[in-house]
Design a protein around this ligand. Sequence first.
Ligand SMILES: *Cc1c(COP(=O)(O)O)cnc(C)c1O
Length: 402
Amino acid sequence: MNRQTFDEVMVPVFAPNAFIPVRGSGLDLWDQDGKHYLDLTGGIAVSGLGHAPAELVEALTDQAKKLWHVSNYFTNEPVLKLAKALTEATFAEKVFFCNSGGEANEAAFKLARKWAHNHFGAKKSRIVSCLHSFHGRTLFTVTVGGQSKYTEGFEPLPQQIDHIPFNDIEAARAAIGDDVCAVVVEPVQGEGGILPASPEYLKALRQICDDKNALLIFDEIQCGMGRTGDLFAYMGYGVTPDIMTSAKALGNGFPIAAMLTTTEIANAFSVGSHGTTYGGNPLAAAVAYKALEIINKPEFLSRITEAGNKLKASLERVVADYPGVFAGVRGKGLMLGLVMSDKYHGKAAEITAAAAQQGLLLLLAGYDVIRYVPALVIKDEHIVQGEKLLRQALDTWLKASA
Ligand SMILES: *Cc1c(COP(=O)(O)O)cnc(C)c1O
């Protein structure tokens, strides 16, 4: 098996790296040749506790020996424990489990429409979302997402979906009329380039939604589960949504996602309104319960803020020492973006490729942002080592492109 096998047998929707990771531990990753990498990608904000964390391995294998699957004709203990823990930890009173972020948003948008239809009639069906947002790849969620390159060629698309510029309160006021059933926003845009919402913006959306009887949906699939230093980003903003979606780090790589809401809104669904075969299966629930228990501790969350500040300072030193290459650093907690300058527009991918050569794994967010969403358990020495490898990569790349 090698990278060429991918081109032979896989549907070509991804262009993975040339090397194939085979083993991971914490922030360390090794490929087929035994080459070591410092992994600062966190599996795209998924592996919050790093690769193969012992406590989750134990939770998974313990459950694997007991019960994997029982279907929705039955409930199971792990899922009830997880739902209780999530409702105790958040604003939510009810949880729906599924398997991916896209599915959680699909459930959220369907629920919002159903709720609005039940209370106000079928005309209240419009969904407003932000440009450059990302909400998943089902036809509904990709249409709600604010990146037309992902919907081109898939028409006809679901109707009554509008997009507004992110962080623009006036645009929100103009777009959110009485026919809007829901407004969806990522408190920190991930794929769109690591852009935090301003607190005023989220407060204004809350107010407008209240005025217009629209539901406010926060997509915390990337920015939740500790990533910003709060268990969920809405807590740091002090703005409570009506529906929130979680996935990615919820299962630390074991597929699970959740849609959280209030009892009043959840009651718009009834038996048969929506469903899933795997959602809330005992294996995934056991892993997520343990992940939540570890992350939702004050010491763990305050260390995320501390590590985020250190990583930010490290990246700011790099910005200062390579004048003209970068425009700056932005983000929140351990969700940071190193932004390319205009002069180096479109070059972020060359830098991440050069970094991989040095044994440092980094991500992109769009064409001009190098994205840092490392495991939340990142240590100070990883930050120091990451800066050293990034500098080596930049030196090599600048020499080669001169
Ligand atoms: C990753 C992501 C999704 C989609 O999650 P999948 O598990 O890939 O379906 C949705 N919203 C946001 C903000 C994401 O980052």
